[in-house]
Ligand binder design. Structure first.
Ligand SMILES: *Cc1c(COP(=O)(O)O)cnc(C)c1O
Length: 360
């Protein structure tokens, strides 16, 4: 068996140990004679799997009983509409911070339901920075304040949690959840598509403060109503059972490795090493203001764009996959989520050095 280092932004690399366990349990989950994929979601076995995954996520992330944890479907993108439908309540406007492509998508979708106030934007700076909170024009009467802590495509990450006063803070944590310790109590709602740091695509995890439940607009589709999903333990309809199970295996893997504290230290080391190498080189460059460089997604360019395809071809030959940058940004991007081992960073830097020596 040969496992490549997969630097894809999502669906992303999963821990090898998790996939091995899933393989072992594939045909016969613990003597039931069934795959998890074939189990009724109402069965005792599956309900236990689901509950344990939730418990492990709560332990890992430090989620108190003040919050509901929902395992929904439709990816993070479905939340772009679900959030305003559920949180506007009797208000009409919501604040959004624009720091990149995912912010813009969230803003565009929310604009179909709400008066969106873009309280700050770094678009004029090419999304290479996060606007200082002192210049945000937030509305104290907004239903909520939405931001994107890690812009997966641009590789821009907040190094602070915004202050939102009594306005609930909403975060799209798809590509940064569980990458380090986080004070959940600062947030009204967190959502995260699973395919970066949690598990298979399609599943989206929502962590919502319970007092924010129960104010969905009347026309909200039942399947998008947080209260309905919470009341039914995320089983109003058939949930994404296998993805939920796999997420549970990832949570166990994280716990066994020391949880988010240990992951934070490893992730910082991985990012420092890669950015350190890029900065020391005249051949590779990253445009993001150093303070706001993402620990999870590291875009970089080559001194000469015409070498991009040769770089990618050589990388693939060494089992360094999916380093091509997003089509809207160009260049390269190395996504180095929790499941990317430190060896993968070393292998990437080793290749970058060799390529630079041969081509520069
Ligand atoms: C990947 C990603 C999304 C989109 O997730 P889907 O599950 O494809 O809808 C949204 N926001 C961020 C920050 C992402 O990284």
């Amino acid at each position: 068996m040969s496992r490549a280092y997969n630097f894809c932004a999502g669906p992303a690399i999963l821990p090898t140990e998790v996939l091995q366990q899933a393989r072992e349990e594939m045909l016969d989950w613990r003597g039931t004679g069934m795959s998890v994929m074939e189990m009724s979601h109402r069965s005792g076995e599956f309900v236990a799997i689901a509950k344990e995954a939730e418990r492990d996520l709560r332990d890992l992330a430090g989620v108190s009983d003040d919050y509901a944890v929902l395992f929904m479907q439709g990816g993070a993108s479905s939340q772009f509409a679900t959030v305003p439908l559920n949180l506007l309540g009797d208000k009409s406007s919501a604040d959004y911070i624009n720091t990149g492509i995912w912010s813009k998508k969230a803003i565009a979708e929310a604009s179909r339901f709400a008066d969106v106030n873009v309280a700050a934007s770094s678009e004029a700076d090419g999304f290479t920075t996060v606007p200082d909170q002192s210049v945000w024009h937030t509305n104290p009467d907004a239903a909520y304040l939405h931001y994107t802590p890690n812009e997966t495509i641009g590789g821009l990450e907040y190094d602070f949690i915004p202050e939102s006063g009594s306005v609930p803070l909403v975060a799209d944590m798809s590509s940064t959840i569980l990458s380090r310790p986080l004070d959940i109590s600062r947030f009204g709602l967190i959502y995260a598509g699973a395919q970066k740091n949690i598990g298979p695509s399609g599943l989206v995890v929502v962590i919502i403060r319970k007092d924010l439940l129960g104010q969905a607009r009347a026309q909200t589709p039942t399947m998008l109503n947080y209260q309905v999903i919470a009341d039914n333990d995320s089983m109003y309809n058939t949930p994404a059972t296998y993805s939920w199970y796999l997420a549970g295996l990832v949570f166990k893997w994280l716990k066994a490795r020391g949880g988010v504290q240990a992951m934070g230290e490893i992730n910082r080391r991985k990012a420092d090493k890669l950015y350190g190498y890029i900065d020391a080189s005249d051949f590779y460059a990253n445009p993001i203001e150093p303070r706001f460089r993402s620990w999870m997604n590291v875009p970089f360019t080559l001194a000469d764009d015409s070498l991009n395809s040769a770089f990618l071809k050589g990388a693939e030959e060494r089992g360094l996959l999916n380093l091509k940058g997003h089509r809207t940004v160009g260049g390269m991007r190395a996504s180095i989520y929790n499941a990317m081992p430190e060896d993968g960073i070393d292998a990437l830097i080793d290749y970058m050095q060799t390529f630079e020596k041969e081509r520069a």
